[in-house]
Write a protein that binds this ligand. Structure first.
Ligand SMILES: [Mn+2]
Length: 444
């Protein structure tokens, strides 16, 4: 993997020496924005010009439009692996720094394909898109940018139980460069910016059943301890903080653990996990450009706007979880599904599917398929648990094969995947996914 990374660095260096303008295409989630950020920050430091576009998903028509653009080097980050065949026919050089599941097309000499799955490394857990992107520029003496790879990893839910695999190497790089510190603490969000009941309700990882996503539940929990819920965590007395810590740890011991911080950052962005949530909120609200500019160093007004988006987004998630709590999921044999045509719910479907599983609102022994209607199509987000993956579930494969069967597209990771199919096939599609998951579980 590291050899492939140096091939990517060599290709990049060649274009830097030629003074080429470099074209970056990345994904609009926290990992994708972090991927673009690590590349863009590195190129800016080298005085290289670049042009970045952040998109919700890479599709065949975009791949074919891009081939007509007049750039000499394209970098696709946190996406691109399914399109190696098309990139092989580009006249330009292409670097793909991805971590989603791969097919078996070999890259030609104009393409460097960097993806952990090619090297038997688990891209859903040991390296994210921003990690692949970081490896591309690591050889330019950029260990001080390693923390962006960790922001991406948090965005893709990779660091929450400690970093493993290539991610661990990236943590070491970040520490070595002096940018990153790790210390133990209470892992609740917005400690100094939100009243404590909101801090608790907005803490989704680690999950706090009956508190995460539940304002009522969070208030009652605090009242039972005689803590006033309206003040900020940072304004609590030390004894009160200890009391709270103990009570939270009895709900989920993971709530106290390693916090990854970049001390030179402004307080709101100092914790890398919270940084990833802010980028995620930007992406989910179609303000990926704002997210990228923050990651490139914009503060003040940009950060204010992002925080407003974040609080809106969090309230949407809470609303979505309330909906799940009231409604429950529809059950098939081996999967369960959520379906909505509501505008707000649609925008958070994948997120509430995974949080619903982790806070035990949904049965975690069945993968969840979240369906949102988009005019003539439905957008599908599938989520499951590490435990179900160990039992044989591979949602990336199930969603890819079943969507292809109805003329749609899909894929992703074993644990989290997405697809798009025409609305008319909704029920048939769901039954096919159900059968495929059942097959995966009985034939593992
Ligand atoms: Mn990713």
């Amino acid at each position: 993997m590291l050899n492939r990374a140096s091939e990517a660095t060599d290709m990049l260096k060649e274009h830097i020496e030629n003074d080429d303008v470099i074209r970056i295409i990345s994904h609009n989630d926290a990992d994708g924005i972090s991927s673009a950020a690590v590349l863009a920050n590195a190129l800016a430091e080298e005085d290289v010009q670049f042009h970045t576009t952040i998109i919700p998903r890479l599709k065949g028509d975009i791949v074919n439009q891009l081939r007509h653009e007049k750039y000499d080097l394209f970098i696709f980050s946190d996406m691109g692996s399914p399109f190696i065949k098309e990139f092989n026919t580009y006249k330009h050089d292409v670097i793909v720094a991805d971590h989603h599941q791969v097919n078996d097309t070999e890259a030609e000499s104009n393409v460097v394909h960097l993806n952990p799955h090619l090297f038997g490394i688990d891209g859903s857990k040991d390296l994210c898109g921003a990690g692949s992107s970081y490896l591309t520029i690591r050889g330019l003496d950029k260990k001080h940018l390693a923390y962006f790879a960790l922001i991406g990893a948090f965005g893709d839910m990779q660091g929450q139980n400690g970093f493993t695999g290539v991610n661990k190497l990236i943590v070491d790089d970040a520490i070595e460069s002096g940018t990153l510190e790790i210390h133990e603490g209470l892992k609740i969000v917005s400690k100094s910016s939100e009243p404590i009941f909101k801090s608790l309700a907005y803490t989704f990882s680690p999950p706090l059943p009956k508190i995460s996503g539940d304002f009522e539940g969070a208030r009652e929990f605090l009242e039972r301890m005689n803590l006033s819920y309206g003040i900020k965590f940072t304004d609590l007395e030390d004894e009160e903080k200890d009391l709270l810590k103990e009570a939270l740890m009895s709900i989920n011991p993971d709530i106290f653990g390693d916090c990854y911080t970049v001390p030179k950052e402004v307080p709101l962005l100092r914790d890398l996990e919270e940084y990833s949530y802010i980028l995620d909120a930007c992406g989910k609200n179609k303000k990926q450009g704002l997210g990228l500019s923050i990651a490139l160093g914009e503060r003040d007004q940009a950060l204010d706007t992002a925080l407003k988006l974040q609080s809106q987004y969090r309230d949407q998630i809470v609303k979505g979880l309330e909906w799940i709590k009231k409604q429950g999921a529809e059950q098939l044999n081996s999967i369960q599904y959520l379906y909505s045509e509501d505008k707000v719910l649609k925008s958070v479907m994948g997120t509430i599917a995974s949080i619903g599983l982790s806070v035990e609102l949904l049965d975690d022994s069945k993968p969840v398929i979240g369906l949102s209607r988009l005019h003539k199509d439905i957008k599908i987000s599938g989520r499951t648990t590490r435990n179900m993956v160990a039992k044989g579930v591979n949602l990336g494969k199930a969603l890819q094969d079943s969507s292809n069967n109805f003329g749609g597209t899909g894929g992703g990771h074993d644990i989290a995947a997405g697809a798009m199919v025409a609305y008319e096939f909704k029920d048939k599609f769901l039954h096919l996914v159900d059968e495929m998951v059942e097959y995966q579980l009985t034939n593992d």
